[in-house]
Design a protein around this ligand. Structure first.
Ligand code: 9MR
Length: 316
């Protein structure tokens, strides 16, 4: 959540934590494989955050999207040693004192790729198999020993079977990492919510308890709501209220957990939301705490009242 224009005062007033949604990704730092990284934008973000007294989440060291040109073809351990390990070490190391927590690996789970381990078949998987995750966490811990290190993923909070399978994938991976003594501190739950899905607080509550049982913290890392495809003839006000209610259902359960470490929305204003660009029916989506003219929506008030009413003392 970093930018200028009308958003700048909102970033200041509304947020204690900032996350660059774009600039720290590998493909943003390195245009084509073999180029040296360009840290101009990220250095500027780090400097602004320090000046404004904001803490920075790092997003993300390893992701199968937004790669440098050519990286989709990487497939051997030698490729990992030559390209990926130096990337993780240099970004995490450069910002070791500036970034308090990192999404080290983003979106590692993909049951649709049909692996028995439910993991995504990405170039990283091709290079090291499932061990790429533990390698990445070890490299990040070496380079940034004080940072809290997260596995980040999505679609693990609704009751549908396909989300249950994703929960199983996440829990199995976390279990393996913890058993192997990998330096991991938390699970980041993106929370791209969707009013078309079925929420069951018992199902989600059980998953949160399982994460707690691992001794990990939980962060909500990319909160927003898809509601437009389900909008019917409702007024915009009504649609915003529904989006706020979607947030309430999920966050009430998460905020009840002593493991919850923080909540981050994916952008502040609908005008700048990635959701608006997903399909023609999404161009009027109402899914963030500020509307197109940067006025607060019911979601903003809902978040404020949820935060005010939580009795949990959260660790970060
Ligand atoms: O919102 C982000 C968009 O601006 C970028 O173009 C895109 C590619 O870098 O990434 C979007 O953020 C994604 C996040 O990094 C991971 N989870 C899904 C988000 C939406 O696609």
């Amino acid at each position: 959540m970093v930018g200028g224009g009308p958003l700048a005062p909102l970033y200041d007033e509304e947020c204690s934590v900032w996350v660059p949604a774009w600039e720290m990704k590998w493909g943003a730092l390195v245009h084509a494989l073999g180029d040296s990284p360009n840290y101009e934008a990220t250095d500027a973000i780090v400097a602004t955050a320090a000046r404004r007294g904001k803490r920075l989440r790092g997003h993300t060291l390893i992701w199968h999207e937004h790669l440098p040109a050519g990286a989709e073809r990487l497939s051997t351990r030698a490729d990992w040693e030559r390209f990926v390990a130096p990337h993780v070490g240099s970004v995490a190391g450069r910002y070791r004192d500036a970034i308090f927590e990192w999404d080290v690996v983003n979106e590692a789970i993909e049951p649709n790729d049909n692996g028995a381990d439910l993991m995504r078949r990405s170039p990283f998987y091709a290079m090291l198999g499932p061990d790429y995750v533990s390698e990445a966490f070890r490299l990040a811990a070496q380079a940034a020993p004080a940072a809290r290190l997260y596995l980040n993923d999505d679609h693990v909070y609704y009751a549908e079977d396909w989300q249950e399978l994703r929960r199983t994938g996440v829990l199995r991976l976390l279990e393996r990492l913890i058993a192997a003594g990998v330096p991991i501190h938390g699970f980041g739950m993106q929370c791209h919510l969707d009013t078309r899905r079925r929420f069951d607080e018992r199902v989600f509550g059980r998953f949160v308890k399982q994460l707690e049982g691992f001794g990990l913290t939980l962060a909500i890392t990319e909160l927003d709501v898809t509601e437009a495809p389900d909008a019917g003839n409702r007024s915009v006000d009504e649609r915003r209220r529904r989006a706020a209610e979607e947030v309430r259902k999920v966050l009430a359960v998460a905020l009840d957990s002593p493991a919850l470490a923080g909540v981050v929305t994916w952008g502040l204003s609908d005008a700048d939301s990635w959701l608006r660009h997903r399909s023609p029916e999404m161009v009027t989506n109402q899914g963030l705490p500020f509307d197109d003219t940067y006025r607060p929506t019911p979601m903003r008030d809902m978040l404020a009242s949820l935060f005010a009413s939580t009795r949990t003392r959260h660790p970060t």
